[in-house]
Ligand binder design. Structure first.
Ligand code: UDP
Length: 327
């Protein structure tokens, strides 16, 4: 397959591009380098720097590559906390950018689309682990913006026959030897914890220890980025036959922030001091995925089902690349 990967210079997009190429597919990366890194783009991918806000740039991309089989859409604003401060960056830009992409894709007859969606759709889950039948209650403008795009896809299927899969990631984590997580500023818990182990920060601030969980800190389901990437490839191969799908994507294991820190202490041998800060707006107490549907329908099998192997892979990359892609 020839796949257009938006956001293919970013964390999850670049690793998925590498997995696609390793599996014998071709990739065209479209990225504005807002958070992405040229060095993260696989050397065998075609790289086009451009912005999804620029409809003409998308039209030119499709005009130059008229044999695209499907789209994996990673490019997006992705931070819950930021979305509570700058809601329109999410509610407007994430929606408009996806709409621009879909509009041009359909004009060029491209009708397979995989969306990076999110567990932030489930702010008030009634059952844990969270299945695809759970009621959708976005926890922030970020989650709402992903829901907007899921709805866009719903109508693009009915009207234009687009087949799609929405992959609702829980907490993407872990790295590969060649590519890793490098955001500026970094806001995600595992890289922050490892920055303390590297001596780049003094301590980790835990955002709230008064949640209704056994140790008072938030519980999340960490899923390795390579396992996420494999889910994209499986979904892209299947949707034409099985039809459009929504999948919750995690390991089904929840770990508290304190457990993350404890595991990182064991992996790195560093004491990793912590301090307690206020809660971060938009954070639900517990998010654990049921990925039963994905396993059953697509045969998805995570290679890194446990937190320790995820943190080990991240530590390997961060130790080798302490300044991220800058080096
Ligand atoms: N978190 C924290 N301290 C930090 C960064 C994150 O306590 O410096 C917490 C955050 O409040 C959430 C969990 O770690 O409960 C995971 O946050 P992250 O930003 O990594 O991912 P998200 O759940 O927002 O996708």
């Amino acid at each position: 397959m020839k796949i257009l990967v938006t956001g293919g210079a970013g964390y999850i997009g670049s690793i998925t591009t590498a997995e696609l190429i390793a599996a014998g597919h071709q990739a065209i990366v479209f990225d504005n380098l807002y958070q992405g890194h040229p060095a993260a783009v696989h050397p065998e991918a075609v790289f086009v720097q451009g912005d999804l806000a620029d409809r003409n740039a998308i039209a030119q991309l499709f005009a130059e590559h008229n044999d695209i089989d499907g789209i994996m859409h990673f490019a997006s604003y992705t931070l819950v906390g930021e979305s509570m401060q700058k809601p329109l960056l999410y509610l407007r830009d994430n929606l408009v950018n996806a709409a621009n992409l879909l509009e041009v894709a359909v004009e060029h007859g491209v009708r397979r689309f995989i969306l990076s969606s999110t567990a932030n759709l489930f702010d008030a889950p009634e059952k844990m682990p969270i299945s695809e039948n759970e009621r959708i209650v976005p926890g922030s403008p970020y989650g709402e913006s992903k829901f907007f795009v899921e709805r866009l896809l719903h109508w693009f299927e009915r009207i234009y026959g687009v087949k799609y899969a929405c992959l609702r990631y829980f907490n993407a984590a872990g790295d590969t030897p060649g590519r890793g997580e490098d955001h500026d500023p970094e806001t995600h818990i595992i890289p922050i914890v490892l920055q303390v182990a590297l001596g780049q920060r003094e301590a980790v601030t835990i955002f709230g220890d008064d949640y209704p969980t056994p140790d008072g800190t938030c519980i999340r389901d960490y899923v390795h980025v390579v396992d996420l990437a494999q889910a994209h490839i499986l979904a892209m191969q299947a949707i034409s036959e099985i039809g459009s799908r929504k999948y919750n994507l995690g390991n089904g294991n929840g770990y508290s922030i304190r457990e993350v820190v404890e595991t990182a202490r064991m992996v790195t041998g560093h004491p990793i001091p912590t301090r307690i800060g206020p809660r971060r707006p938009g954070d639900p107490a517990i998010l654990i995925a049921s990925s039963e549907t994905l396993r059953r329908e697509l045969g998805w099998q995570p290679r890194y089902p446990d937190l320790e192997s995820i943190i080990r892979s991240a530590w390997q990359w961060h130790e080798a690349n302490p300044q991220g892609y800058q080096k």
